[in-house]
Design a protein around this ligand. Structure first.
Ligand SMILES: [Zn+2]
Length: 504
């Protein structure tokens, strides 16, 4: 049995105007050939694929096609889109006959001029493989499910948790693909499109409404007729033509059951719609003062407006400005992504005192440059080892530790993991545990700092990843969209309300 493996992933934030380029993918490593399995063993969906194949004991010849990953950011360039289309086309053509495809994408990627990147990728694979080769698609559960995605794959598997366990998704998807191939299953997919968006403050699957919704999906999978159930709370900053949340149910040949369960999941989600909108973030000054007054560190301040893991630019100076103005006493850590600033500081040299403007050089609609004076503590960067669930190393480009009063900033050329993973500071000679507070550029991924964190405070920051979805400059999502508009019946405004009439 021969199975081809493709992994191409990026999550797009439409309110970050800076395009994601091939250089962004290269900083995480674009792999093909034997490198795909050698470097990704144990990591991400590819690691999960290898694990599932090995545990199965089935004689599988695995054919690696391409692995490209970039951290979330602005839309991908047309060059990057075309590059991966060519890699997929050339790779699958050269692979010769295969029995199945493990296709591992993100689901919330948009390109310059193309809203539905994954739809185009799945469609390309289907056109090359024909109708009879099963394609099992692994997606991030913040994906935007589209008609083109549904029409071109046999089954879809989404992450089961937030924070994500991408390895797990690879395992689950591969087990399903192997079952389809060896047990001759006949998967059918039912899906519902829910006209809903929400910020990420209620996105953890371990608590609140998301737990209720995801727990129900897991319960449904206990039925042996059900092959896979997944919920897709679309990432909140994707402004695309078919945008919105989804529920997807795959059964073994039982269309009626799939439709019934998809209806139930969409109804359950809709009943929780206002709970998903509950905000916990506090004003920026309050967040900073509370963190500074805390008994012990490390207090995590979540800068959701500038969430790099949600695709924002990493150029916000909003919390920095507040920390300097309020005169915090504790020491703070903060990342910033700016190629020009990193190079400028590196040119000044270690020990130099430099006055320059910081931030506001990417998402200029949200941030103004802030003039500061600081000292260059350390220059470094390049390819570093990190503790990250997607891979073990990445390229920071030029990286500089810049001390601005009580704030220690890590300013990098490439996006990397911003400051969301402690080891990115450690490779620059900084121990995060010694700090009172750390600004994280994520709304959900606090797991890396959890071992040294004392508490979490969400700051209500503006930016491309802001929680206030009502004032974002939406242009392309279908309207009406809850809560941008208020309405009672999700089916009345759904592009995919389902085949079964509403019950009740
Ligand atoms: Zn996600």
């Amino acid at each position: 049995m021969r199975i081809a493996v493709i992994h191409v992933a990026q999550e797009t934030n439409d309110f970050n105007p800076k395009l994601t380029t091939l250089d962004d993918y290269r900083s995480f490593g674009i792999l093909d050939g034997a490198d795909v399995f050698e470097k990704m063993r144990g990591y991400g969906q590819i690691g999960g694929y290898l694990h599932a194949v090995e545990e199965s004991g089935i004689a599988v010849e695995s054919v690696p096609i391409i692995r490209g990953y970039a951290v979330a950011g602005g839309r991908i360039s047309r060059e990057a889109f075309d590059f991966f289309q060519k890699k997929i086309r050339d790779g699958l053509t050269a692979a010769g006959p295969i029995d199945g495809l493990a296709l591992q994408l993100h689901g919330a990627c948009a390109a310059d001029g193309i809203d539905d990147v994954e739809g185009a990728q799945v469609e390309l694979c289907r056109s090359l493989l024909g109708a009879d080769v099963p394609i099992v698609l692994g997606l991030d559960h913040h994906a935007n499910i589209t008609r083109k995605i549904i029409d071109n794959c046999d089954a879809i598997v989404g992450h089961r948790t937030q924070p994500h366990d991408t390895f797990d998704t690879g395992v689950v998807g591969t087990r399903l693909l192997l079952r389809i191939l060896t047990e001759k299953l006949k998967p059918v997919i039912a899906w519902r499109k829910i006209p809903l968006v929400s910020h990420q403050e209620q996105f953890l699957t371990s608590q609140g409404p998301m737990k209720i919704w995801f727990d129900r999906a897991r319960e449904m999978e206990q039925d042996p007729r059900v092959l896979q159930v997944s919920n897709y709370p679309m990432q909140p900053w994707l402004d695309v033509a078919e945008g919105g949340w989804s529920a997807v149910v795959v059964t073994n040949g039982d269309r009626a059951l799939a439709e019934e369960l998809a209806d139930e999941l969409a109804d359950l989600c809709w009943s929780l719609r206002d709970e998903f909108q509950v905000r916990e973030a506090v004003p920026v000054d309050e967040a900073v003062l509370r963190a500074d007054a805390a008994d012990k560190g490390v207090v995590i301040i979540s800068d959701t407006g500038d969430t790099v893991f949600g695709g924002a630019g990493g150029d916000s100076n909003v919390i920095l400005e507040a920390m300097l103005r309020l005169g915090i006493r504790g020491k703070a850590l903060m990342p910033m992504i700016s190629a020009s600033t990193a190079h400028k500081l590196a040119a000044a040299g270690e020990g130099a005192e430099v006055t320059l403007t910081l931030g506001g050089d990417t998402a200029t609609a949200f941030f103004q440059p802030l003039e500061v004076t600081g000292v260059v503590r350390r220059i470094g960067g390049g390819i570093v080892k990190i503790d990250y669930n997607q891979q073990s190393e990445l390229d920071l480009g030029c990286a500089v530790v810049f001390e601005v009063g009580p704030v220690t900033m890590l300013i990098t050329e490439f996006r990397g993991v911003a400051g969301n993973v402690p080891s990115v500071y450690r490779v620059m000679g900084i121990e995060p545990a010694e700090y009172k507070m750390a600004v994280l550029k994520t709304a959900s991924n606090f797991q890396y700092f959890a071992p040294i964190a004392s508490q979490l405070i969400r700051a209500d920051t503006r930016g491309p990843g802001q929680s206030d979805v009502l004032t974002l400059p939406w242009q392309r999502v279908p309207r009406p969209m809850y809560p941008l508009e208020s309405f009672e019946d999700w089916r009345a405004h759904s592009s995919q309300p389902g085949l079964v009439p509403a019950r009740g």
